[in-house]
Design a protein around this ligand. Structure first.
Ligand SMILES: Nc1ncnc2c1ncn2[C@@H]1O[C@H](COP(=O)(O)OP(=O)(O)OP(=O)(O)O)[C@@H](O)[C@H]1O
Ligand SMILES: [Mg+2]
Length: 238
């Protein structure tokens, strides 16, 4: 579904992404993990188009999108949810989602947008909050809304950057169920996450980054047993 080849991004002297290559297969849930500063968010920003690579290439559904602006990537089905949630606070949950549904794909008829929004409200468990103003939501509900907003753009591939950050363990596990339902609805997922129980519960496959490079890739138990991965995590936190 998505193929990144040799992605490199420098910020001054820092090489935040160094020849990163990875593939996302249709239907899978792929986790990207790594210590702080490893380059995970940079990779996501490159994939969603917020920043441009100094070198490398990104293909999505067989099309070269390396130089494509973020909104066109979104229209093609590359969606993204953010860690910092920024809904329109004075609008209700349903109204916020209508914005996502209408602007996520230009030319969406109002009826279609309404249908999509109601489906997503159901899927994300926001039914009882649909008429609540976004400013009155709890943190977990905020996260649901952000995921719902992204889903209303009808992504084929959804990119998630630490969407569980700040949640209590029980809440994070609720969010895990939500991501599972999202995949079951036909959306491929790439997520960045620091919480290892979440990674273990969700990921079909895990890509590990360190110092801007991919250092390991495999199933959770494989990468967790990898000496280089253990070194990257344990060697530095001590
Ligand atoms: N816009 C930027 N300008 C300058 N340096 C940046 C910028 N974005 C990222 N960096 C640097 O690139 C490196 C990778 O950062 P990045 O945010 O991608 O890491 P990360 O793996 O997402 O870390 P975290 O787990 O803390 O979110 C870091 O050294 C960071 O300081
Ligand atoms: Mg980050």
């Amino acid at each position: 579904m998505l193929k990144a080849t040799g992605l490199t991004k420098r910020f001054g002297g820092v090489v935040a992404a160094s020849e990163v290559s990875l593939e996302v297969h249709g239907g899978e849930i792929l986790a990207v993990i790594g210590p702080n500063g490893a380059g995970k968010s940079t990779l996501l920003n490159l994939l969603s188009g917020l920043i441009r690579p100094d070198a490398g290439r990104i293909e999505f559904l067989g099309l070269d999108i390396t130089r494509t602006v973020p909104e066109v990537r979104a229209w093609k089905g590359l969606g993204r949810a953010f860690q910092i949630v920024q809904p329109f606070l004075e609008m209700t949950v349903r109204e916020n989602l209508m914005v996502g549904a209408i602007y996520g794909k230009p030319g969406t008829p109002l009826r279609t947008a309404q249908k999509v929004v109601e489906q997503v409200i159901e899927l994300t468990g926001l039914s009882s909050k649909a008429d609540t103003e976004a400013g009155e939501l709890t943190l977990l509900e905020d996260k649901r809304l952000e995921l719902a907003r992204a889903l209303c753009t009808r992504p084929k591939l959804l990119l998630l950057d630490e969407v569980m950050a700040g949640l209590r363990p029980a809440e994070a596990m609720e969010a895990v169920e939500l991501v599972k339902r999202t995949r079951a609805s036909g959306v491929t997922v790439l997520f960045i996450e620091h919480l290892m129980p979440v990674v273990r519960a969700l990921a079909d496959r895990v890509v590990v980054m360190d110092y801007g490079q991919v250092i390991a890739e495999g199933r959770y138990d494989e990468v967790a047993a990898n000496a280089q991965v253990r070194e990257a995590y344990l060697g530095r936190s001590a």
